[in-house]
Design a protein around this ligand. Structure first.
Ligand SMILES: Cc1cc2nc3c(=O)[nH]c(=O)nc-3n(C[C@H](O)[C@H](O)[C@H](O)COP(=O)(O)OP(=O)(O)OC[C@H]3O[C@@H](n4cnc5c(N)ncnc54)[C@H](O)[C@@H]3O)c2cc1C
Ligand SMILES: NC(=O)c1ccc[n+]([C@@H]2O[C@H](COP(=O)([O-])OP(=O)(O)OC[C@H]3O[C@@H](n4cnc5c(N)ncnc54)[C@H](O)[C@@H]3O)[C@@H](O)[C@H]2O)c1
Length: 474
């Protein structure tokens, strides 16, 4: 290889998803040089196959439901959703799967971009195979950050890989609604995509392995989403055991218990796996296919020059948490490069403490599920003394104004020894916008006694905060 194919940077970043972009941006702002290596689209899953297209597919249905829930306004909604226009709007949010806009942002941020597939080749070294097969050897003076994300995990169901199932990528980028869609998995993707494609014209059957949807959330959330899906005509089967899959002409056939279910497409939405295969982790003593085991500064344990940030470490697989981790990791990389002390205690500028204590998340179903921090089950498992306070959101004036017959639930998990919030879950229409207040209360460990002074404006849905406090006081 000629010397022209060798380059040295302070930081080499594998993967230009939302996480990798943020690692590179923050280290460059900190005075270091950085190169981003990307084999597909700059911007990653979130921009092209995940958050943006999925929420664009859902938003029209949500807007119609909001208008229909207000007497008077409902009379103005006389037609059906224009599916073609919704798909066009989705396409515009993905820039038609063209990353030119993000590439120009990368250039403007002073980050070098190298197109190709990256793999580690021993300590601080990355080899990139470009689209034309040429190789570039990159050396990192200070750090290599692996931000290669995750891919859809396909469960070991006989014949499933051979039927070419939809993964979330196909479910978010499809050009038309399949007539019948079978969905395996009732977590985030399964629930959101069942709502989306049902409203856009598909007959949807949702097959969930356990006894409830969204098993990681408070049970009231899964129950409400289940009732709503069934109300809309989605055939939800709980405790479904999918044992085999095959194609029969254009149809896909799933064996579920003693039954055969037929569809035009099947979406596999059963979770993610780390994209650590084929990236040379074995050259530095790690196991391909495993999530990268990192500390709270996102440094891979035992390899101080290597960081694993975003979906690839399996801590929290959410865009905003990947970007948060990126900010913390990049701050640690810059400080260590300067020879500065990196504080590793909770809530320091270098640690991703919120991954454990205060991760906000929204499931964009109808009702929405917005949560932060610990659920009651997690508080129980952690052995923290706590009390659970629950209140129906529809009983507050702001909610009944927002939508006729507003139905929702707010659940607060209160640490009874410190009298602070451990976690909050809201289930109901438009509750996503309530979440940041809860996040601040959990992160700030705001005492309940002080929360009484955080007076919600009248008449807004935020009055639910006051009702929760009153319920807590008894
Ligand atoms: C359907 C769906 C909807 C979602 N909706 C939301 C949502 O509403 N809100 C939310 O917060 N999260 C959502 N998520 C999760 C979110 O998409 C991920 O958490 C986020 O994209 C992770 O970002 P990342 O940068 O860590 O990884 P990725 O976005 O996966 O980026 C990794 C990048 O690395 C590149 N890469 C991989 N290997 C190599 C290699 N060897 N060489 C070079 N490049 C490589 C990939 O091409 C990719 O661009 C959703 C996920 C799915 C599947
Ligand atoms: N709104 C958002 O923020 C959003 C949206 C989509 C995805 N995401 C992220 O992406 C991640 C992946 O989403 P996901 O829905 O693929 O995973 P998930 O972990 O949320 O849900 C997977 C579901 O599949 C079920 N399951 C597993 N194997 C099964 C089988 N063989 N048969 C039937 N059911 C089975 C599980 O019980 C679980 O409920 C999420 O955990 C989340 O971090 C976030």
């Amino acid at each position: 290889m000629s010397s022209a194919d060798e380059k040295t940077y302070d930081v080499v970043v594998l993967g230009a998803g939302s996480t990798g972009e943020n690692v590179a941006d923050v280290v460059v702002r900190g005075g270091l040089s950085a190169v981003l290596v990307e084999e597909h689209l700059v911007g990653g899953e979130c921009s092209y196959y995940a958050c943006m297209p999925s929420k664009a597919l859902l938003r029209g249905t949500e807007a119609i439901a909001e208008a229909r829930a207000v007497k008077g306004a409902a009379a103005a909604v006389t037609g059906e959703q224009d599916v073609a226009a919704t798909l066009e709007r989705r396409d515009s949010f993905t820039s038609n799967w063209d990353d030119a806009g993000q590439v120009s942002w990368v250039e403007g941020a002073g980050i070098d971009l190298l197109r190709g597939t990256a793999r580690l080749d021993g300590e601080r070294t990355v080899v990139v195979t470009g689209p034309d097969g040429t190789e570039t050897r990159l050396s990192a003076r200070h750090a290599v950050a692996v931000c290669t994300g995750s891919a859809a995990a396909v469960p070991p169901v006989d014949g499933l890989p051979d039927v070419q199932p939809w993964t979330p990528r196909e479910a978010t980028s499809a050009k038309e609604a399949p007539r019948r869609l079978l969905v395996i998995g009732g977590g985030y993707v399964g629930c959101e995509m069942s709502f989306a494609w049902n409203a856009l014209g598909s007959t949807v059957t949702l097959l969930q392995r356990g006894d409830r949807l969204l098993p990681g959330a408070e049970p009231q959330a899964g129950d409400a989403v289940l009732a709503s899906l069934r109300d809309r005509g989605v055939d939800v089967r709980l405790d479904a055991d999918v044992t085999a899959a095959r194609r029969d002409g254009d149809e896909v056939v799933l064996t579920v218990g003693t039954e055969e279910l037929r569809g035009d497409e099947v979406l596999v939405a059963t979770g993610r796996e780390a994209r650590t295969t084929g990236i040379g982790v074995e050259t530095v003593g790690l196991e391909p296919g495993e999530y990268l085991d990192v500390d709270d500064t996102l440094q891979v344990r035992g390899l101080p020059w290597l960081y694993g940030v975003g979906d690839v470490n399996g801590r929290r697989q959410l865009t905003h948490m990947g970007k948060y981790q990126a900010r913390q990791a990049a701050a640690a990389i810059v400080a260590r490069a300067r020879g500065e002390e990196v504080a590793v205690e909770d809530w320091s500028p270098y640690t991703a403490t919120a991954d454990r204590a205060a991760t906000p998340a929204v499931v964009f179903t109808d009702p929405q599920v917005a949560s932060v921090g610990l659920t009651s089950a997690q508080a129980r498992e952690a052995g923290v003394p706590h009390r659970v306070v629950e209140y129906p959101i529809g009983s507050v004036a702001g909610a009944s104004l927002f939508a006729d017959g507003y139905e929702g639930t707010a659940i607060a998990v209160v640490d009874t020894s410190r009298e602070v919030l451990l976690g909050v879950t809201f289930v109901g229409p438009a509750v996503a916008e309530l979440l940041q207040a809860a996040t601040i209360a959990v992160v700030g460990e705001v005492p309940i006694s002080r929360l009484w002074h955080a007076v919600p404006a009248y008449p807004t849905v935020n009055e639910i905060w006051l009702r929760l406090l009153e319920t807590w006081r008894g």
